[in-house]
Ligand binder design. Sequence first.
Ligand code: SF4
Length: 299
Amino acid sequence: MSDRKKRSKPAWLRMPTMGAEGAAEVRSILRKHNLETVCSQARCPNMGHCYQRGTATFLILGSVCTRTCGYCAIEHSACPPPPPDPDEPARVAGAAAEMGLSYVVVTSVTRDDLPDGGAGHFAKTVSEIRKLLPEAMIEVLTPDFRGAETSLQIISDASPDVFNHNLETVRALFPAVRPEASYDLSLEVLRKYGRMSPSTPLKSGLMAGLGEEIEDIRKAITDLREAGVTMLTLGQYLQPTSEHLAVDRFVHPREFDEWKAFAESIGFRSVASGPLVRSSFHADLSFPASDGAHGGLSE
Ligand code: SF4
């Protein structure tokens, strides 16, 4: 894992500047509904692009996380953050309706301070969106809820269309990258959810460029497939600030193509793999056409 000095980005990581109109409209809707997005909180390089497309990933349960992942720009705190705002689910639904979204992605900080880890708040947000946008697809990108079946069941009972939980990195790098999480626990969360809701596509994501061995990326892709995941995102890690983990290397787009081909060869139905790919980047476009959702390797 290299020192924390910022590196200059190669050409393939320079995002073309997008027209501002669509983005400005999204920002004003978010302000009006007093909402956060992971796009802005995590300093996503695609924010302008996605806002211009009229999409955004809503961040619920506040903007302060109880964990300290080494790659994440979201504010952390050891003290319990403020309690969830009971009106937030309805505000998310209101904003999604005003944005005219057909695919809504909802994510959150990790709230290890809450008895259900915030699962009830996620479920309420899904049902509020369903009231205003009955036709919209809803993807939830959740924390690991420390693997609690009760929390996963609450989410499953709300029937989101896609269940997403990011593995983020390879097993060897977990202590540095996700110190409060566990590689096996995250895989188990996906497996458990798959058992609870066999017809819901499972999705997960990985970052590259943090110092992982190339073979470890293939192993992580295989482990995700064995856990029943059929939708995968792979992107380049970018250092949000000099306080965060440094980029070990900028992965060439060719390698992302190779990982995409490998993932598809072992049965993933939807693979978005590229330097600027993020877990909900073009999420609306990556929903697989009717598939068997789960099932074993190399069907
Ligand atoms: S758990 Fe999520 S929000 Fe919290 S620090 Fe880690 S990546 Fe960021």
